[in-house]
Design a protein around this ligand. Structure first.
Ligand SMILES: [Zn+2]
Ligand SMILES: [Zn+2]
Length: 302
């Protein structure tokens, strides 16, 4: 009869794309909304249309592709400007409705300079090169500053990640009420990147794990353990992920990650490598993590 603090789902998640390369119809893009709402923020936008169609096939959505794109997706948070994280946004921009694109300064500069520049593509934004069509509001996020996600009850806070130092990627901490999810764009391990970005991020979020307010972490594992450190290209392997999460556990307390939800993103084809990654993570899961492998167009809750 008393409210149980644990295990109350607070977020709706619908992956629109989950892979880390090659398959252009299934690249990083995750819809996240406060549960039982249709107010989605799209975290990265590698694939949009093919993912929405898959979700409709699965009866996750009962409206048209166009309606999901135009009405349900309230905005985009782009972690970095690599094409596998923005190509869906670019290609679907003519069919999209007015909304906000959120990115840190460097990422926004690259998007404005190379994509929405009036040359390689029309400028659908409200600043930058060429003739700004002002469909999208390009909102630059200040690192560590809580920013409202327009037309939702959520806020977003950006943190830097190292993705082949000094090239930056971004982690987004999404908040709704007193609940949080953390989404990491592509990132290498601190040890290889010669960076402290991940350890700083772990320090920031450790209290949210202790208080059980953090409902899950989306984090990449691009390659199996066989990939040598000098060929990681700013990505993680199962070994490196587990090492990073051990650092996090030290900060949050022993057994603090038991049953904690880790959503594994950005596995790179071929399929045999993806199978290997899953096997290796399973065998190395001494923290007791709940490992979740998102599938395109399949809804889950956090
Ligand atoms: Zn990527
Ligand atoms: Zn990348």
């Amino acid at each position: 009869m008393f409210a149980q603090k644990k295990q109350i789902a607070t977020f709706d998640v619908i992956p629109l794309g989950v892979k880390g390369g090659a398959d252009e119809k299934n690249l990083s893009a995750y819809l996240v909304a406060p549960i039982h709402t249709k107010d989605y923020i799209c975290l990265d936008a590698g694939t949009l249309n093919a993912g929405i169609e898959k979700a409709i096939e699965n009866t996750v959505f009962k409206v048209s592709t166009s309606e999901v794109l135009r009405k349900y997706i309230k905005g985009y948070c782009i972690s970095h400007a690599h094409l596998d994280h923005v190509s869906g946004l670019i290609i679907n921009s003519p069919a999209d409705s007015a909304k906000t694109v959120y990115a840190t300064k460097k990422c926004m500069e690259l998007i404005e300079k190379h994509y929405f520049n009036g040359e390689t593509w029309a400028n659908f934004g409200d600043e930058g090169l060429g003739f700004p069509l002002k469909k999208y509001h390009f909102q630059t996020l200040t690192i560590g500053e809580e920013t409202p996600v327009t037309n939702t009850t959520m806020t977003v806070k950006a943190f830097p990640l190292s993705h082949v130092n000094p090239f930056e990627s971004t982690a987004f901490l999404i908040k709704n009420g007193d609940a949080f999810v953390l989404y990491l764009g592509d990132t290498g391990p601190d040890s290889v990147e010669k960076s402290t970005d991940l350890s700083e991020l772990w320090k920031t979020i450790a209290p949210l794990i202790q208080s059980k307010q953090l409902k899950g972490i989306f984090i990449e594992v691009s390659f199996p353990n066989e990939q040598p450190d000098n060929s990681l290209f700013g990505h993680l392997t199962p070994n490196h992920l587990m090492q990073e999460l051990h650092t996090l556990e030290k900060l949050a307390g022993k057994n603090s990650l038991k049953s904690f939800k880790i959503i594994v993103t950005h596995m790179k084809p071929p399929t045999k490598n993806m199978v290997k990654i899953k096997d290796q993570l399973k065998n190395q899961n001494d923290l007791g993590l709940q490992l979740i492998y998102p599938e395109q167009g399949k809804r889950f809750e956090l």
